[in-house]
Design a protein around this ligand. Structure first.
Ligand code: 5GP
Length: 194
């Protein structure tokens, strides 16, 4: 059986990654999204194991020590990481796996898994990024500022990615995301070991 592909979707907070990933998951049954581990507290409505695996700082440190994370990074004062076993199990079953991660983690994946495909999602402008962040009820003023500073650094790194999706017009962005990921999935990964 052919292995699935590892797909990194990254881009500044407020770019609309979640919505576009949702569109892709709905349109492409071969895709799976990994619930990453985090020390961030669950937001209202978030489910442990579905949205994220919510860990204490001690548990997260133990996961690092035990080599259970394919990459990890600190973002806005919290730790986030990708559970390695979940990724490899899905890839071996032929599913293509989306990692929705920030830039430092994306760079670690590119180094450790050079066959990963890197997709960058961004809003049409920085003004639009700020507007979207300010419109999010979950963000405090402080975290909008810290996320804006990070967004500027992330946009500067877009050349490190294989594909870019600009999320301005909703329908156009949806189509671009779905078409891009369909092509990536169709290419497939290396053959799985017998
Ligand atoms: P949120 O708190 O909104 O779920 O995620 C905040 C940021 O952390 C987003 O930019 C998201 O892409 C990133 N993130 C989520 N999970 C992971 C992960 O497993 N690893 C890394 N490096 N970043 C992650």
């Amino acid at each position: 059986m052919r292995r699935g592909r590892l797909i990194v979707v990254s881009g500044p907070s407020g770019a609309g990654k979640d919505t576009l990933i949702g569109d892709a998951l709905e349109a492409i049954p071969e895709l799976a999204l990994i619930a990453s581990a985090t020390t961030r507290r669950p937001r209202e409505g978030e489910v442990n194991g579905r949205d994220h695996v919510f860990l204490s700082r001690e548990e997260f440190d133990r996961w690092i020590e035990e080599g259970r994370l394919l990459e990890w990074a600190e973002y806005s004062g919290n730790l986030y990481g990708t559970p390695k076993q979940s990724v490899d199990d899905l890839l071996e079953k032929g599913r293509s796996v989306i990692l929705r991660i920030e830039l430092q983690g994306a760079r670690q994946i590119k180094e450790r898994r050079p066959d990963a495909v890197m997709v960058f999602v961004r809003a049409p402008s920085l003004e639009e990024t700020r507007r979207r962040l300010e419109g999010r009820a979950t963000e405090t003023t402080e975290s909008v500022e810290s996320r804006m500073a990070t967004a500027i650094k992330e946009i500067a790194a877009r050349d490190e990615f294989d594909h870019e999706v600009v999320n301005g017009d909703r329908e156009q962005a949806r189509r671009q995301m779905v078409e891009t990921l369909k092509r990536i999935v169709a290419e497939g990964g290396h053959d799985a070991r017998p």
